[in-house]
Ligand binder design. Structure first.
Ligand code: CIR
Length: 257
């Protein structure tokens, strides 16, 4: 079964954290419509949508991927690197428990954002970033390695999160824009993309990826490679340094994310 955790955008989305981009006006109504379009893209392809309780005062709450990471039947509750985002975790925990998942929480002094965790098969790449520290990575390693997962640390300085710099195609090939990828050789297979916002894909099924409509050349590259590509408009979330991965948590087994 494929289930999708999502959280409605806060009316304060425009006040979310920014690290690399200048603040721009955000159209809250458009953001709401774009979020509905994003959720519909999954629902139309057989995903069961589960809403995490909305927290209107948490500007960045819509980026639910950062709050919880799911490995088989285990949900790891992240501890946000940005203090402003720590109030997102309670709702994510309640949602994980409602799905019947086991729960393990990262605790201080550890910090970990889900956007720094890229799963490819049994290997888990973790970005060491301004948001995810060594203590957070050590806590993640301590729960994953006994369960037979390999943890590989990737230092990231050019992007907010590891998954702002790289994601993976259904066959596990890592993709990213050359301006953001510091060490492509860290990955067994790597392919560059022509547009920065083309870095992020979500695997909908083994032959289909979801990506932002703002990267048409990258979309064509994957169509030429034989993949079906679904695009969604997420401009209002991209203004807040979000991308297609961070708007949901995909709960399933067996494929790269
Ligand atoms: C933040 O800076 O935390 C949010 N404005 C954006 C988070 C995006 N999350 C992600 O890429 N996983």
């Amino acid at each position: 079964m494929k289930r999708l955790l999502v959280r409605r955008p806060s009316p304060r989305l425009a006040d979310g954290e920014l690290t690399h981009l200048e603040r721009q006006p955000v159209d809250a109504d458009l953001a709401q419509r774009q979020w509905e379009g994003y959720v519909a893209a999954f629902a139309e392809r057989g995903w069961d949508v589960v809403e995490v309780e909305a927290v209107p005062e948490q500007s960045d709450g819509v980026f639910v991927e950062d709050a919880v990471i799911v490995f088989d039947d285990l949900a790891v509750l992240a501890r946000a690197g940005a203090e402003s985002r720590r109030g997102e975790r309670a709702g994510a925990e309640a949602a994980a428990r409602s799905l019947g998942l086991r729960v393990h929480a990262v605790e201080a002094p550890g910090t970990l954002d889900g956007g720094d965790v890229l799963k490819i098969g049994r290997r888990v790449y973790v970005g060491r970033t301004a948001r995810t520290n060594d203590a957070g990575i050590a806590q993640l390693r301590a729960v994953l390695e006994p369960a037979g997962r390999e943890v590989v640390v990737v230092p990231v300085t050019t992007a907010l999160h590891l998954k702002s710099a790289v994601t993976a195609l259904p066959d596990g090939t890592v993709i990213g824009h050359s301006s953001l990828v510091e060490a492509p050789g860290a990955f067994p297979a790597f392919r560059p993309v022509p547009e920065v916002t083309g870095t992020a894909v979500v695997v909908l099924d083994p032959g289909t990826v979801l990506m932002s409509a703002s990267a048409p050349e990258t979309a064509q590259q994957w169509r030429d490679a034989g993949l079906e590509v679904v695009t969604v408009d997420i401009t209002e979330f991209e203004k807040l340094e979000g991308c297609v991965t961070c708007l949901s948590v995909r709960v399933r087994a067996g494929v790269a994310e």
